[in-house]
Design a protein around this ligand. Structure first.
Ligand code: G6P
Length: 586
Protein backbone atom coordinates (compact mmCIF):
# COMPACT_ATOMS: atom_id res chain seq x y z
CA UNK A 1 0.00 0.00 0.00
CA UNK A 2 1.20 3.59 -0.60
CA UNK A 3 3.97 4.80 1.65
CA UNK A 4 4.68 8.46 2.24
CA UNK A 5 7.81 10.02 3.63
CA UNK A 6 9.15 13.49 4.31
CA UNK A 7 12.43 14.86 5.66
CA UNK A 8 13.62 18.27 6.81
CA UNK A 9 17.03 18.50 8.40
CA UNK A 10 20.73 19.13 7.99
CA UNK A 11 21.53 16.22 5.66
CA UNK A 12 20.83 15.74 2.00
CA UNK A 13 17.14 14.72 1.86
CA UNK A 14 16.91 12.58 -1.30
CA UNK A 15 19.22 9.70 -0.22
CA UNK A 16 17.42 9.48 3.16
CA UNK A 17 14.05 9.44 1.40
CA UNK A 18 15.08 6.77 -1.13
CA UNK A 19 16.45 4.58 1.68
CA UNK A 20 13.24 5.01 3.66
CA UNK A 21 11.11 4.09 0.64
CA UNK A 22 13.26 1.00 0.11
CA UNK A 23 12.65 -0.01 3.75
CA UNK A 24 8.91 0.40 3.28
CA UNK A 25 8.82 -1.56 -0.01
CA UNK A 26 7.24 -4.48 1.80
CA UNK A 27 4.00 -2.51 2.10
CA UNK A 28 3.48 -3.06 -1.66
CA UNK A 29 3.64 -0.56 -4.56
CA UNK A 30 3.98 -0.14 -8.30
CA UNK A 31 5.71 3.23 -8.77
CA UNK A 32 7.94 5.61 -6.88
CA UNK A 33 8.90 9.27 -6.73
CA UNK A 34 10.75 11.98 -4.81
CA UNK A 35 10.51 15.77 -4.70
CA UNK A 36 13.00 18.07 -3.01
CA UNK A 37 13.14 21.76 -2.29
CA UNK A 38 16.32 23.59 -3.17
CA UNK A 39 17.12 27.15 -4.22
CA UNK A 40 13.48 28.26 -4.02
CA UNK A 41 12.36 25.48 -6.34
CA UNK A 42 10.64 22.14 -6.01
CA UNK A 43 11.99 19.43 -8.32
CA UNK A 44 10.11 16.16 -8.92
CA UNK A 45 11.43 12.85 -10.28
CA UNK A 46 9.28 9.71 -10.53
CA UNK A 47 8.49 6.58 -12.49
CA UNK A 48 6.95 3.11 -12.63
CA UNK A 49 8.92 0.25 -11.08
CA UNK A 50 10.84 -0.75 -7.98
CA UNK A 51 12.69 1.84 -5.89
CA UNK A 52 16.13 0.79 -7.08
CA UNK A 53 15.09 0.47 -10.75
CA UNK A 54 13.51 3.93 -10.86
CA UNK A 55 16.42 5.35 -8.89
CA UNK A 56 18.81 3.97 -11.50
CA UNK A 57 17.07 5.69 -14.41
CA UNK A 58 15.71 8.81 -12.71
CA UNK A 59 18.53 9.38 -10.19
CA UNK A 60 16.03 10.13 -7.44
CA UNK A 61 18.72 10.21 -4.77
CA UNK A 62 20.71 12.85 -6.64
CA UNK A 63 18.06 15.53 -6.22
CA UNK A 64 19.62 18.34 -4.19
CA UNK A 65 18.32 19.95 -1.02
CA UNK A 66 17.84 19.11 2.63
CA UNK A 67 14.04 19.13 2.50
CA UNK A 68 11.97 16.65 0.55
CA UNK A 69 9.12 14.19 0.23
CA UNK A 70 8.83 10.71 -1.30
CA UNK A 71 6.24 8.10 -2.15
CA UNK A 72 5.63 4.57 -3.29
CA UNK A 73 2.27 4.25 -5.03
CA UNK A 74 -0.16 1.34 -5.04
CA UNK A 75 -2.63 2.31 -7.75
CA UNK A 76 -6.24 2.89 -6.74
CA UNK A 77 -7.36 5.76 -9.01
CA UNK A 78 -5.73 5.76 -12.45
CA UNK A 79 -3.43 3.28 -14.18
CA UNK A 80 0.12 2.48 -13.20
CA UNK A 81 1.91 5.23 -15.18
CA UNK A 82 4.78 7.66 -14.64
CA UNK A 83 2.33 10.59 -14.63
CA UNK A 84 0.12 9.01 -11.99
CA UNK A 85 3.12 8.33 -9.73
CA UNK A 86 3.57 10.75 -6.82
CA UNK A 87 4.71 13.42 -5.90
CA UNK A 88 2.11 15.59 -7.59
CA UNK A 89 2.91 19.27 -7.97
CA UNK A 90 0.16 21.89 -7.97
CA UNK A 91 -0.41 23.49 -11.36
CA UNK A 92 1.89 26.42 -10.53
CA UNK A 93 4.51 24.05 -9.10
CA UNK A 94 4.72 26.00 -5.82
CA UNK A 95 3.53 23.03 -3.78
CA UNK A 96 4.02 19.26 -4.23
CA UNK A 97 2.31 16.49 -2.29
CA UNK A 98 2.46 12.75 -1.60
CA UNK A 99 -0.66 10.98 -0.43
CA UNK A 100 -1.80 7.66 1.02
CA UNK A 101 -5.53 6.89 1.09
CA UNK A 102 -8.53 7.87 -1.01
CA UNK A 103 -10.09 11.30 -1.57
CA UNK A 104 -13.73 10.46 -2.07
CA UNK A 105 -14.89 13.87 -3.33
CA UNK A 106 -11.97 14.37 -5.72
CA UNK A 107 -14.18 14.67 -8.80
CA UNK A 108 -16.26 17.56 -7.43
CA UNK A 109 -13.17 19.31 -6.08
CA UNK A 110 -11.36 18.88 -9.39
CA UNK A 111 -14.24 20.43 -11.37
CA UNK A 112 -14.38 23.35 -8.97
CA UNK A 113 -10.62 23.93 -9.11
CA UNK A 114 -10.60 23.69 -12.91
CA UNK A 115 -13.20 26.47 -12.99
CA UNK A 116 -10.68 28.60 -11.09
CA UNK A 117 -7.97 27.85 -13.66
CA UNK A 118 -6.04 25.07 -11.87
CA UNK A 119 -4.89 22.33 -14.23
CA UNK A 120 -4.44 18.57 -13.72
CA UNK A 121 -2.05 16.15 -15.36
CA UNK A 122 -2.81 12.80 -13.72
CA UNK A 123 -5.86 10.56 -13.33
CA UNK A 124 -5.32 10.30 -9.58
CA UNK A 125 -7.54 11.46 -6.76
CA UNK A 126 -4.38 12.71 -5.00
CA UNK A 127 -3.52 15.56 -7.37
CA UNK A 128 -6.58 17.40 -6.12
CA UNK A 129 -4.84 17.85 -2.73
CA UNK A 130 -1.94 19.71 -4.38
CA UNK A 131 -4.23 22.09 -6.25
CA UNK A 132 -6.64 22.56 -3.35
CA UNK A 133 -3.74 23.47 -1.08
CA UNK A 134 -2.46 25.84 -3.76
CA UNK A 135 -5.92 27.40 -4.18
CA UNK A 136 -6.23 28.00 -0.44
CA UNK A 137 -2.61 29.17 -0.17
CA UNK A 138 -3.10 31.65 -3.03
CA UNK A 139 -5.90 33.29 -1.03
CA UNK A 140 -3.86 34.18 2.07
CA UNK A 141 -0.26 32.97 1.49
CA UNK A 142 -0.49 31.41 4.98
CA UNK A 143 0.50 27.77 5.15
CA UNK A 144 -1.35 26.92 8.35
CA UNK A 145 -4.59 28.48 7.11
CA UNK A 146 -4.28 26.79 3.73
CA UNK A 147 -3.97 23.37 5.39
CA UNK A 148 -6.94 24.01 7.72
CA UNK A 149 -9.08 25.12 4.75
CA UNK A 150 -7.94 22.15 2.67
CA UNK A 151 -8.66 19.44 5.25
CA UNK A 152 -12.06 21.02 5.85
CA UNK A 153 -12.95 20.27 2.23
CA UNK A 154 -11.38 16.84 1.73
CA UNK A 155 -13.59 13.77 2.23
CA UNK A 156 -12.21 10.25 2.58
CA UNK A 157 -9.24 8.72 4.37
CA UNK A 158 -5.83 10.21 3.93
CA UNK A 159 -2.37 10.98 5.13
CA UNK A 160 -0.45 13.45 3.02
CA UNK A 161 2.79 15.39 3.17
CA UNK A 162 3.18 18.65 1.27
CA UNK A 163 6.31 20.62 0.55
CA UNK A 164 5.82 24.35 -0.01
CA UNK A 165 8.02 26.55 -2.07
CA UNK A 166 9.47 28.28 1.00
CA UNK A 167 10.79 24.93 2.23
CA UNK A 168 8.05 24.22 4.79
CA UNK A 169 6.69 20.70 5.19
CA UNK A 170 3.15 20.05 6.30
CA UNK A 171 1.44 16.68 6.87
CA UNK A 172 -2.13 15.80 7.83
CA UNK A 173 -3.89 12.56 8.72
CA UNK A 174 -7.40 11.16 8.75
CA UNK A 175 -7.64 7.39 9.31
CA UNK A 176 -4.31 6.66 7.61
CA UNK A 177 -1.04 6.14 9.46
CA UNK A 178 1.37 9.03 9.95
CA UNK A 179 4.36 9.01 12.28
CA UNK A 180 6.82 11.80 13.03
CA UNK A 181 10.44 10.91 13.77
CA UNK A 182 12.33 13.43 15.87
CA UNK A 183 16.04 13.09 15.13
CA UNK A 184 19.04 15.04 16.38
CA UNK A 185 19.62 16.51 12.96
CA UNK A 186 16.18 16.63 11.49
CA UNK A 187 12.53 15.63 11.36
CA UNK A 188 11.03 12.67 9.53
CA UNK A 189 7.43 12.07 8.52
CA UNK A 190 6.46 8.57 7.48
CA UNK A 191 3.67 6.00 7.12
CA UNK A 192 5.78 3.51 8.97
CA UNK A 193 8.55 3.59 11.58
CA UNK A 194 10.69 1.60 9.15
CA UNK A 195 10.88 4.71 6.97
CA UNK A 196 13.37 6.33 9.36
CA UNK A 197 14.18 3.98 12.25
CA UNK A 198 17.88 3.86 11.46
CA UNK A 199 18.12 7.62 12.19
CA UNK A 200 15.98 7.97 15.30
CA UNK A 201 13.83 5.91 17.66
CA UNK A 202 12.06 8.97 19.09
CA UNK A 203 8.61 9.36 17.60
CA UNK A 204 5.36 11.26 17.85
CA UNK A 205 2.03 9.76 16.79
CA UNK A 206 -0.32 12.50 15.62
CA UNK A 207 -3.96 11.59 16.14
CA UNK A 208 -6.64 11.52 13.49
CA UNK A 209 -7.69 14.99 12.37
CA UNK A 210 -4.36 16.54 13.22
CA UNK A 211 -1.69 18.13 11.06
CA UNK A 212 1.91 19.14 11.54
CA UNK A 213 3.97 22.01 10.20
CA UNK A 214 7.71 21.58 10.11
CA UNK A 215 10.00 24.44 9.16
CA UNK A 216 13.36 25.81 10.25
CA UNK A 217 11.83 26.90 13.55
CA UNK A 218 10.82 23.35 14.41
CA UNK A 219 7.69 21.21 14.64
CA UNK A 220 4.18 22.37 15.46
CA UNK A 221 1.09 20.17 15.71
CA UNK A 222 -2.51 21.36 15.36
CA UNK A 223 -5.95 19.83 15.20
CA UNK A 224 -8.10 20.37 12.13
CA UNK A 225 -9.66 23.42 13.83
CA UNK A 226 -6.20 25.02 14.03
CA UNK A 227 -5.81 24.59 17.83
CA UNK A 228 -2.26 23.72 18.93
CA UNK A 229 -1.87 20.13 20.20
CA UNK A 230 0.81 18.68 22.46
CA UNK A 231 2.13 15.13 22.07
CA UNK A 232 4.72 13.24 24.05
CA UNK A 233 7.72 11.81 22.30
CA UNK A 234 7.78 8.02 22.67
CA UNK A 235 10.52 5.54 21.88
CA UNK A 236 10.03 2.73 19.37
CA UNK A 237 11.80 -0.55 19.66
CA UNK A 238 15.18 -0.71 17.97
CA UNK A 239 14.31 -4.22 16.79
CA UNK A 240 12.57 -2.58 13.85
CA UNK A 241 15.96 -1.65 12.50
CA UNK A 242 16.70 -5.36 12.14
CA UNK A 243 15.03 -5.85 8.81
CA UNK A 244 17.78 -7.28 6.68
CA UNK A 245 17.61 -10.63 4.93
CA UNK A 246 20.91 -11.85 6.30
CA UNK A 247 21.87 -15.25 4.88
CA UNK A 248 18.45 -15.78 3.28
CA UNK A 249 17.60 -15.25 -0.38
CA UNK A 250 14.23 -13.71 0.54
CA UNK A 251 12.45 -12.22 3.53
CA UNK A 252 9.71 -14.81 3.08
CA UNK A 253 12.14 -17.69 3.56
CA UNK A 254 13.79 -15.90 6.49
CA UNK A 255 10.42 -15.39 8.15
CA UNK A 256 9.27 -18.98 7.57
CA UNK A 257 12.59 -20.14 9.04
CA UNK A 258 12.26 -17.95 12.12
CA UNK A 259 9.18 -19.84 13.31
CA UNK A 260 10.91 -22.23 15.73
CA UNK A 261 11.87 -19.07 17.65
CA UNK A 262 8.79 -16.96 17.07
CA UNK A 263 6.32 -19.61 18.26
CA UNK A 264 8.25 -19.67 21.56
CA UNK A 265 8.28 -15.91 21.99
CA UNK A 266 4.72 -15.09 20.84
CA UNK A 267 2.89 -13.03 23.44
CA UNK A 268 5.83 -13.05 25.86
CA UNK A 269 5.94 -9.24 25.82
CA UNK A 270 2.30 -8.97 26.92
CA UNK A 271 1.74 -11.79 29.45
CA UNK A 272 -0.36 -9.65 31.77
CA UNK A 273 -2.59 -8.55 28.88
CA UNK A 274 -3.15 -12.19 27.93
CA UNK A 275 -4.38 -12.89 31.47
CA UNK A 276 -6.65 -9.83 31.41
CA UNK A 277 -8.03 -10.73 27.97
CA UNK A 278 -8.71 -14.32 29.04
CA UNK A 279 -10.67 -13.07 32.02
CA UNK A 280 -12.72 -10.64 29.95
CA UNK A 281 -13.54 -13.27 27.33
CA UNK A 282 -14.44 -15.86 29.96
CA UNK A 283 -17.03 -13.55 31.50
CA UNK A 284 -18.35 -11.90 28.34
CA UNK A 285 -21.90 -12.41 27.13
CA UNK A 286 -20.92 -12.37 23.45
CA UNK A 287 -17.53 -12.67 21.81
CA UNK A 288 -16.76 -11.93 18.16
CA UNK A 289 -13.47 -12.32 16.35
CA UNK A 290 -12.37 -10.56 13.18
CA UNK A 291 -9.47 -10.15 10.78
CA UNK A 292 -8.59 -10.01 7.08
CA UNK A 293 -6.73 -12.52 4.92
CA UNK A 294 -4.38 -14.65 6.98
CA UNK A 295 -5.53 -13.04 10.21
CA UNK A 296 -9.08 -14.13 9.42
CA UNK A 297 -7.89 -17.71 8.96
CA UNK A 298 -6.38 -17.50 12.46
CA UNK A 299 -9.81 -16.29 13.66
CA UNK A 300 -11.47 -19.37 12.13
CA UNK A 301 -9.13 -21.71 13.97
CA UNK A 302 -9.79 -19.78 17.17
CA UNK A 303 -13.55 -20.29 16.77
CA UNK A 304 -12.99 -24.03 16.57
CA UNK A 305 -10.58 -24.21 19.51
CA UNK A 306 -12.55 -21.86 21.78
CA UNK A 307 -15.65 -24.01 21.48
CA UNK A 308 -13.83 -27.33 21.81
CA UNK A 309 -11.42 -26.50 24.62
CA UNK A 310 -12.69 -23.36 26.41
CA UNK A 311 -16.39 -24.20 25.82
CA UNK A 312 -16.93 -20.62 24.67
CA UNK A 313 -18.82 -19.79 21.50
CA UNK A 314 -17.27 -17.02 19.44
CA UNK A 315 -18.53 -15.67 16.12
CA UNK A 316 -15.96 -15.04 13.40
CA UNK A 317 -16.52 -12.12 11.04
CA UNK A 318 -14.52 -11.18 7.94
CA UNK A 319 -13.56 -7.57 8.69
CA UNK A 320 -14.51 -6.25 5.25
CA UNK A 321 -18.04 -7.65 5.75
CA UNK A 322 -18.65 -5.86 9.06
CA UNK A 323 -20.16 -2.81 7.38
CA UNK A 324 -22.89 -5.01 5.88
CA UNK A 325 -23.86 -6.61 9.18
CA UNK A 326 -23.46 -3.83 11.76
CA UNK A 327 -26.36 -5.26 13.76
CA UNK A 328 -24.54 -8.49 14.46
CA UNK A 329 -22.63 -6.94 17.37
CA UNK A 330 -24.73 -7.25 20.50
CA UNK A 331 -24.43 -4.33 22.95
CA UNK A 332 -21.39 -4.45 25.22
CA UNK A 333 -19.76 -7.47 23.60
CA UNK A 334 -16.10 -8.26 23.13
CA UNK A 335 -14.50 -8.02 19.70
CA UNK A 336 -11.16 -9.76 19.30
CA UNK A 337 -9.42 -8.06 16.36
CA UNK A 338 -6.44 -9.84 14.82
CA UNK A 339 -4.00 -7.97 12.58
CA UNK A 340 -0.29 -8.23 11.88
CA UNK A 341 0.01 -4.59 10.84
CA UNK A 342 -2.72 -3.14 13.01
CA UNK A 343 -3.40 -0.81 10.10
CA UNK A 344 -5.76 -2.80 7.83
CA UNK A 345 -8.57 -0.38 6.99
CA UNK A 346 -11.14 -3.18 6.98
CA UNK A 347 -10.17 -4.30 10.49
CA UNK A 348 -10.22 -0.74 11.80
CA UNK A 349 -13.67 -0.27 10.29
CA UNK A 350 -14.99 -3.42 12.02
CA UNK A 351 -13.51 -2.12 15.27
CA UNK A 352 -15.21 1.24 14.79
CA UNK A 353 -18.59 -0.44 14.23
CA UNK A 354 -18.20 -2.63 17.34
CA UNK A 355 -17.15 0.34 19.46
CA UNK A 356 -20.35 2.17 18.55
CA UNK A 357 -22.28 -0.61 20.33
CA UNK A 358 -20.22 -0.12 23.48
CA UNK A 359 -18.17 -3.24 22.83
CA UNK A 360 -14.65 -3.65 24.15
CA UNK A 361 -11.82 -4.30 21.71
CA UNK A 362 -9.15 -6.86 22.48
CA UNK A 363 -6.48 -6.95 19.79
CA UNK A 364 -3.73 -9.36 18.77
CA UNK A 365 -1.18 -7.30 16.86
CA UNK A 366 2.44 -7.38 15.71
CA UNK A 367 2.98 -3.64 15.23
CA UNK A 368 2.39 -2.42 18.76
CA UNK A 369 2.63 1.19 17.60
CA UNK A 370 -0.30 0.81 15.20
CA UNK A 371 -3.73 2.44 15.02
CA UNK A 372 -5.43 -0.79 16.15
CA UNK A 373 -3.50 -0.79 19.43
CA UNK A 374 -4.56 2.81 20.05
CA UNK A 375 -8.20 1.79 19.61
CA UNK A 376 -8.11 -1.29 21.85
CA UNK A 377 -8.78 -1.78 25.54
CA UNK A 378 -6.24 -4.60 25.65
CA UNK A 379 -3.57 -5.45 23.07
CA UNK A 380 -1.45 -8.56 22.96
CA UNK A 381 1.79 -8.53 20.96
CA UNK A 382 2.92 -11.21 18.53
CA UNK A 383 6.49 -10.35 19.44
CA UNK A 384 7.77 -11.97 16.23
CA UNK A 385 9.76 -8.99 14.88
CA UNK A 386 9.01 -7.16 11.66
CA UNK A 387 7.40 -9.23 8.91
CA UNK A 388 8.43 -7.89 5.52
CA UNK A 389 7.25 -10.63 3.11
CA UNK A 390 3.80 -9.62 1.87
CA UNK A 391 2.44 -13.12 2.45
CA UNK A 392 2.04 -13.54 6.21
CA UNK A 393 3.92 -16.54 7.61
CA UNK A 394 5.50 -16.19 11.06
CA UNK A 395 2.83 -13.69 12.12
CA UNK A 396 0.17 -16.36 11.46
CA UNK A 397 1.72 -18.96 13.75
CA UNK A 398 2.37 -16.26 16.37
CA UNK A 399 -1.28 -15.17 16.22
CA UNK A 400 -2.27 -18.79 16.80
CA UNK A 401 0.07 -19.11 19.78
CA UNK A 402 -1.43 -16.01 21.45
CA UNK A 403 -4.92 -17.43 20.85
CA UNK A 404 -3.81 -20.81 22.22
CA UNK A 405 -2.44 -19.08 25.33
CA UNK A 406 -5.78 -17.37 25.96
CA UNK A 407 -7.72 -20.62 25.52
CA UNK A 408 -5.25 -22.56 27.65
CA UNK A 409 -5.61 -19.98 30.41
CA UNK A 410 -9.42 -20.23 30.29
CA UNK A 411 -9.44 -24.05 30.33
CA UNK A 412 -6.74 -24.31 33.04
CA UNK A 413 -4.05 -25.84 30.88
CA UNK A 414 -6.24 -28.36 29.03
CA UNK A 415 -4.39 -27.76 25.77
CA UNK A 416 -1.05 -29.01 27.08
CA UNK A 417 0.61 -26.16 25.28
CA UNK A 418 4.17 -27.45 24.93
CA UNK A 419 5.72 -24.82 22.67
CA UNK A 420 9.16 -26.42 22.88
CA UNK A 421 7.73 -29.46 21.14
CA UNK A 422 6.10 -27.24 18.50
CA UNK A 423 9.38 -25.47 17.98
CA UNK A 424 11.25 -28.80 17.62
CA UNK A 425 8.66 -30.08 15.14
CA UNK A 426 8.96 -26.97 12.95
CA UNK A 427 12.78 -27.23 13.07
CA UNK A 428 12.52 -30.78 11.80
CA UNK A 429 10.32 -29.76 8.86
CA UNK A 430 12.67 -26.90 7.98
CA UNK A 431 15.79 -29.05 8.07
CA UNK A 432 14.23 -31.76 5.96
CA UNK A 433 12.73 -29.80 3.07
CA UNK A 434 14.08 -31.77 0.07
CA UNK A 435 10.74 -33.55 -0.48
CA UNK A 436 8.95 -30.20 -0.37
CA UNK A 437 11.36 -28.76 -2.97
CA UNK A 438 10.77 -31.81 -5.16
CA UNK A 439 6.96 -31.46 -4.98
CA UNK A 440 7.25 -27.70 -5.63
CA UNK A 441 8.96 -28.44 -8.98
CA UNK A 442 5.96 -30.54 -10.04
CA UNK A 443 3.62 -27.60 -9.51
CA UNK A 444 5.34 -25.49 -12.18
CA UNK A 445 2.71 -25.94 -14.90
CA UNK A 446 -0.25 -26.82 -12.73
CA UNK A 447 -3.25 -24.50 -13.06
CA UNK A 448 -5.39 -25.59 -10.07
CA UNK A 449 -4.58 -26.89 -6.62
CA UNK A 450 -7.10 -27.93 -4.00
CA UNK A 451 -6.18 -28.04 -0.33
CA UNK A 452 -8.29 -30.30 1.84
CA UNK A 453 -8.71 -30.53 5.60
CA UNK A 454 -11.39 -31.35 8.15
CA UNK A 455 -12.22 -29.76 11.49
CA UNK A 456 -9.57 -27.27 12.56
CA UNK A 457 -7.48 -28.34 9.56
CA UNK A 458 -9.99 -26.74 7.19
CA UNK A 459 -8.94 -23.16 8.14
CA UNK A 460 -5.35 -24.36 7.64
CA UNK A 461 -6.40 -25.59 4.19
CA UNK A 462 -7.77 -22.08 3.52
CA UNK A 463 -4.56 -20.49 4.79
CA UNK A 464 -2.44 -22.91 2.73
CA UNK A 465 -4.42 -22.13 -0.40
CA UNK A 466 -4.01 -18.39 0.32
CA UNK A 467 -0.20 -18.85 0.45
CA UNK A 468 -0.26 -20.77 -2.85
CA UNK A 469 -2.36 -18.06 -4.52
CA UNK A 470 -0.28 -15.18 -3.18
CA UNK A 471 3.13 -16.64 -4.00
CA UNK A 472 2.63 -18.89 -7.05
CA UNK A 473 -0.40 -17.24 -8.75
CA UNK A 474 -1.84 -20.74 -9.17
CA UNK A 475 -5.57 -20.99 -8.59
CA UNK A 476 -5.86 -22.67 -5.18
CA UNK A 477 -8.89 -23.48 -3.07
CA UNK A 478 -9.24 -24.65 0.51
CA UNK A 479 -11.98 -27.25 0.98
CA UNK A 480 -13.53 -29.00 3.96
CA UNK A 481 -13.08 -32.72 3.17
CA UNK A 482 -16.74 -33.65 3.58
CA UNK A 483 -17.87 -31.06 1.02
CA UNK A 484 -16.05 -32.79 -1.85
CA UNK A 485 -19.03 -34.88 -2.79
CA UNK A 486 -21.28 -31.80 -2.76
CA UNK A 487 -19.63 -30.22 -5.78
CA UNK A 488 -15.83 -30.02 -6.02
CA UNK A 489 -15.51 -33.71 -6.95
CA UNK A 490 -16.81 -32.66 -10.40
CA UNK A 491 -13.52 -30.80 -10.92
CA UNK A 492 -11.18 -33.68 -10.17
CA UNK A 493 -9.32 -35.28 -13.06
CA UNK A 494 -5.76 -36.27 -13.92
CA UNK A 495 -4.70 -32.59 -14.21
CA UNK A 496 -5.71 -31.76 -10.64
CA UNK A 497 -3.35 -31.59 -7.69
CA UNK A 498 -4.82 -32.01 -4.22
CA UNK A 499 -2.99 -31.32 -0.98
CA UNK A 500 -4.46 -33.38 1.82
CA UNK A 501 -3.84 -32.15 5.37
CA UNK A 502 -4.13 -35.37 7.27
CA UNK A 503 -2.44 -35.56 10.68
CA UNK A 504 -2.97 -38.68 12.69
CA UNK A 505 -5.78 -37.31 14.86
CA UNK A 506 -9.58 -37.60 15.10
CA UNK A 507 -10.02 -36.39 11.49
CA UNK A 508 -7.57 -38.93 10.03
CA UNK A 509 -9.86 -41.71 8.78
CA UNK A 510 -12.48 -39.42 7.26
CA UNK A 511 -9.84 -37.37 5.47
CA UNK A 512 -8.22 -40.52 4.12
CA UNK A 513 -11.59 -41.54 2.71
CA UNK A 514 -11.82 -38.17 0.94
CA UNK A 515 -8.32 -38.76 -0.45
CA UNK A 516 -9.39 -42.14 -1.87
CA UNK A 517 -12.45 -40.58 -3.53
CA UNK A 518 -10.20 -38.05 -5.22
CA UNK A 519 -7.61 -40.65 -6.19
CA UNK A 520 -10.35 -42.68 -7.91
CA UNK A 521 -10.88 -39.69 -10.25
CA UNK A 522 -7.22 -39.69 -11.24
CA UNK A 523 -6.06 -36.55 -9.40
CA UNK A 524 -2.54 -36.34 -7.92
CA UNK A 525 -2.44 -36.42 -4.15
CA UNK A 526 0.12 -34.73 -1.90
CA UNK A 527 -0.35 -35.96 1.66
CA UNK A 528 0.79 -33.82 4.61
CA UNK A 529 0.75 -36.28 7.45
CA UNK A 530 2.74 -38.02 10.19
CA UNK A 531 1.50 -41.34 8.80
CA UNK A 532 2.32 -42.68 5.31
CA UNK A 533 -0.37 -44.08 3.02
CA UNK A 534 -0.41 -45.69 -0.41
CA UNK A 535 -3.06 -43.17 -1.46
CA UNK A 536 -0.51 -40.34 -1.54
CA UNK A 537 1.44 -39.79 -4.77
CA UNK A 538 3.78 -37.66 -2.67
CA UNK A 539 4.05 -37.78 1.08
CA UNK A 540 5.33 -34.80 3.09
CA UNK A 541 6.13 -36.13 6.53
CA UNK A 542 5.36 -33.98 9.59
CA UNK A 543 6.24 -34.83 13.21
CA UNK A 544 3.42 -36.09 15.47
CA UNK A 545 2.26 -33.72 18.17
CA UNK A 546 -0.49 -33.22 20.72
CA UNK A 547 -3.79 -32.91 18.71
CA UNK A 548 -4.71 -29.23 19.23
CA UNK A 549 -1.20 -28.15 18.24
CA UNK A 550 -1.17 -29.67 14.72
CA UNK A 551 -2.21 -26.40 12.98
CA UNK A 552 1.00 -24.73 14.18
CA UNK A 553 3.06 -27.45 12.55
CA UNK A 554 1.17 -28.47 9.41
CA UNK A 555 1.05 -24.96 7.91
CA UNK A 556 4.86 -24.77 7.72
CA UNK A 557 5.37 -27.30 4.86
CA UNK A 558 2.65 -25.51 2.86
CA UNK A 559 4.36 -22.14 3.39
CA UNK A 560 7.61 -23.72 2.16
CA UNK A 561 5.87 -25.40 -0.77
CA UNK A 562 4.37 -22.08 -1.89
CA UNK A 563 7.75 -20.37 -1.47
CA UNK A 564 9.73 -22.95 -3.48
CA UNK A 565 7.04 -23.16 -6.19
CA UNK A 566 7.24 -19.36 -6.56
CA UNK A 567 11.03 -19.58 -6.93
CA UNK A 568 10.68 -22.32 -9.57
CA UNK A 569 8.30 -20.10 -11.49
CA UNK A 570 10.69 -17.17 -11.16
CA UNK A 571 8.27 -15.03 -9.17
CA UNK A 572 9.37 -12.68 -6.42
CA UNK A 573 7.97 -14.29 -3.24
CA UNK A 574 8.52 -11.19 -1.12
CA UNK A 575 6.46 -8.82 -3.23
CA UNK A 576 3.66 -10.68 -5.05
CA UNK A 577 2.06 -8.79 -7.93
CA UNK A 578 -0.92 -6.54 -7.12
CA UNK A 579 -0.73 -7.20 -3.37
CA UNK A 580 0.22 -5.03 -0.45
CA UNK A 581 1.34 -5.96 3.03
CA UNK A 582 -0.57 -3.29 4.79
CA UNK A 583 -3.90 -2.54 3.11
CA UNK A 584 -4.81 0.84 4.53
CA UNK A 585 -7.61 1.60 2.06
CA UNK A 586 -11.03 -0.01 1.86
C1 G6P B 1 -3.12 -8.01 3.20
C2 G6P B 1 -1.93 -8.93 3.12
C3 G6P B 1 -2.28 -10.27 3.73
C4 G6P B 1 -2.76 -10.08 5.17
C5 G6P B 1 -3.94 -9.12 5.21
C6 G6P B 1 -4.31 -8.73 6.63
O1 G6P B 1 -4.13 -8.45 2.37
O2 G6P B 1 -1.52 -9.08 1.78
O3 G6P B 1 -1.13 -11.10 3.73
O4 G6P B 1 -3.12 -11.30 5.71
O5 G6P B 1 -3.60 -7.91 4.54
O6 G6P B 1 -3.30 -7.96 7.19
P1 G6P B 1 -3.16 -7.65 8.72
O7 G6P B 1 -1.97 -6.76 8.81
O8 G6P B 1 -4.44 -6.96 9.12
O9 G6P B 1 -2.99 -8.95 9.41
Amino acid sequence: MCSIIGYLGLSSAAPIIVKGLKRMEYRGYDSVGVATFSEHQISVRKGVGKVLEVNKTEKLDELSGTIGIGHTRWATHGMVTDTNAHPHPSSSGEIAIVHNGIIENHEELKKELQKHGYTFKSQTDSEVIANLLQYNYDKTREIKKSVVDTVAELKGNYAFVAVFQDGTLSAARLHEPLIIGVGKEGYFISSDVLGFVEYTDEVIYPDNKEFVIIDKEGLKIFDFDANPVRHQITKVSKEFADVYKGQYAHYTLKEISEQPLTVSSAGNNTKLEIDLASDLIKHARNVYITGSGTSYNAALIAKFLFSKYAKIKIDPLISSEAQFSPDMFEEKSILVAISQSGESADVLEAVGIAKKTGSKIISIVNMMTSSLVHQSSISMGLNCGPEIGVAATKSFTSQLVVLYKIIDKICDGCMELDLTKVSEAIKKILSNDSKIKDVAKRLKNVSDIYVLGRGMHYPIASEGSLKLKELTYIHAEGLPGGELKHGPLALMDSNSYVLIINPNDSTYNDTLTSAREIKARGAKIIGISDKPSDVYDHWIDIPSINEPLYPLVEIVPIQLLAYYAAIDKDFDPDYPRNLAKSVTVK
